[in-house]
Design a protein around this ligand. Structure first.
Ligand code: SAH
Length: 252
């Protein structure tokens, strides 16, 4: 049987561009009460901060061990499944799931030994499109349409609670790995997207059009596929050959 603590350590809470340190503290308390300890902060406005410690109400260790990163991709490093919490649908339509479904998916991945990230946005602006594009699904807490946005730390609490209930309900007995190769992590996916963007330039795919939309679409496609490391190597190989051919065509 998989140890609950082991599962919990594979699940991290990533808070992106948090404005209020009090919310960081409340989020630390929220996850600690549900048996989690790993928090990653991406470009927090103020941290460390006394207000964070005050509202952590004793969950100071979560704060002390929190990673601080400049970019979301660094906060996701090592994770192969990222679930973005958002009150609203944005331009890029990701599959939308409930916190309960998210908890099931997260636990299944953690039971396979993978690392999972739950990603929360800024208090005022939420998660931006390019941040959601790094996620595999969007999790929406089913609030009412005309007042849909929860306080950040309360959204963290709801998600942590669902994970806790799911973990207590059915501690997944050693789930056989579905991947024979490790799934690619966020940093490897980012490297692939850079290679893809560069190749599309070199083969003159864009023809003067702005590349942002097509890159978001392609990200969505590859995020859905969740390639493993071997598959990424094949894709890199194809791109490298396309670059080589583009080079030859140019020099003719
Ligand atoms: N106006 C922002 C609200 C931000 S609230 C927006 O529309 O996204 C801060 C964060 O709390 C959000 O980025 C999200 O991660 C989480 N959150 C708040 N309400 C939520 C809901 N109903 N479902 C899922 N996440 C929610």
């Amino acid at each position: 049987m998989t140890d609950l603590h082991d599962l919990a350590t594979r699940i991290r809470y990533v808070l992106v561009r948090t404005s209020h340190p009090g919310n960081i503290g409340s989020a630390a308390r929220a996850i600690r009460t549900m048996g989690f300890e790993r928090m990653e902060l991406v470009a927090p406005a103020r941290f460390p901060d006394r207000e964070a410690n005050a509202l952590a109400a004793g969950a100071d260790e979560v704060l002390a061990n929190a990673g601080i990163h400049a970019e979301l991709v660094d906060g996701l490093a090592g994770s192969s499944l990222a679930l973005g919490l958002s009150a609203r649908r944005r331009g890029v339509t990701l599959p939308e799931i409930s916190p309960r479904e998210a908890a099931q998916q997260a636990l299944a991945a953690a039971a396979r030994g993978e690392q999972v990230a739950l990603v929360f946005g800024n208090e005022r602006t939420g998660l931006e499109n390019d941040e959601l594009a790094r996620c595999h699904a969007m999790v929406r807490i089913p609030s009412v349409d005309d007042f849909s946005s929860l306080n950040l730390s309360q959204a963290v609490q709801v998600m942590a609670y669902e994970l806790r209930v799911a973990m207590l309900g059915e501690a997944p007995a050693a789930v056989p790995p579905v991947h024979d190769e490790p799934p690619a992590d966020a940093a490897q996916m980012e490297q692939f997207y850079r290679h893809l963007a560069q190749t599309l330039d070199e083969i003159e795919f864009h023809k003067g059009r702005e590349p942002t939309t097509i890159m978001l679409r392609l990200r969505k496609l590859f995020q859905r596929a969740q390639p493993d490391e071997r598959e990424l190597r094949v894709l890199h190989g194809i791109l490298a050959d396309a670059q080589r051919m583009a080079g030859l065509a140019k020099n003719k």
